[in-house]
Design a protein around this ligand. Sequence first.
Ligand code: FAD
Length: 306
Amino acid sequence: MITRSALIWMSRHEGFKDFATRFQFFKKLTTRFVAGDTIDEVVPIIREINAENSTASFDHLNESVQSLAEADNEVAEYLNILAKIDEQRIRSNVSIKLTQFGLGIDPELAYRNARKVVEEAHRRGNFVRVDMEDSSVTQATIDIFKRLRAEFDLNTVGIVLQSYLYRTLADAEELVKLPARIRICKGAYNEPPEVAFPDKKDVDANYVKVMQLLLASGVYHGIATHDPKMIDATIDFATREGIGKEKYEFQMLYGVRRDLQKQLARDGFNMRVYVPYGKHWYPYFMRRLAERPANIWFVMKNLAKG
Ligand SMILES: Cc1cc2nc3c(=O)[nH]c(=O)nc-3n(C[C@H](O)[C@H](O)[C@H](O)COP(=O)(O)OP(=O)(O)OC[C@H]3O[C@@H](n4cnc5c(N)ncnc54)[C@H](O)[C@@H]3O)c2cc1C
């Protein structure tokens, strides 16, 4: 049986990536998790999400870019997304990755590029979420986020923290003081036991601790999970503390637990769906398989059906 770490390792392997992305055949498998190739293909999907009483977050798939030109293209793509959201009157914000804007080339470049997108979001009254990547860039991501947050208000830019990292509770304590809008998730990369809890039960226990800290802070945060245990713990805590449903939102990924997404929205909870698109789908898709290796069978079954 193929393991989570093997799939995450494959997600970073250039050889596998080149092989998989060369064939249309593999791309067809991704449609459950990847909404399309272009912004225009995503718009009707987000319209449907909005019609189900949920909001969205656009994510243009790309990470670890290696050239200034590629990073520039990413900025241009996000400026187009922000314009499209207004033009089409859909309810969506955007999620970005700093390695997509050149963090691996030069942190200053990533800051400048991210700033262009955040500035445009600010001008349009929209919001940019800075996704969190692997632990080699956690500190750099937080540092750039803090610079952006010092220049732009609470409702223009936010960040993500991952409950599998030992450092996250301390990061959350520090960032809520800014204050900052935080998305808490469990974390999707392969991390060594020096930096991350190896046991799922500790990741979950830390998630609950951070979630409680966030909700109690009074700021509007994102509780990103498909795990019914985490969702119940959030609702229980909020009910106990008298924190209204409008004070936070649940967030889930496009294609994952759609039943639960709809149910929570029907029950009056704020629900945001993270909607990725674009041709650089490979690492994102592999991380989704890694979260639930049973997805491989789902994908194979669809393939067999043609
Ligand atoms: C909106 C959003 C944004 C995210 N942003 C980031 C980020 O910036 N950085 C980062 O490292 N990670 C990010 N993640 C991914 C996250 O870290 C987890 O890897 C992912 O959400 C799985 O964790 P879980 O909380 O759903 O719990 P798990 O314990 O992994 O899963 C709980 C249950 O959810 C269902 N499930 C979970 N994943 C899948 C899947 N792929 N396919 C089918 N069913 C599934 C299964 O029923 C599973 O039993 C994000 C997740 C969400 C929802």
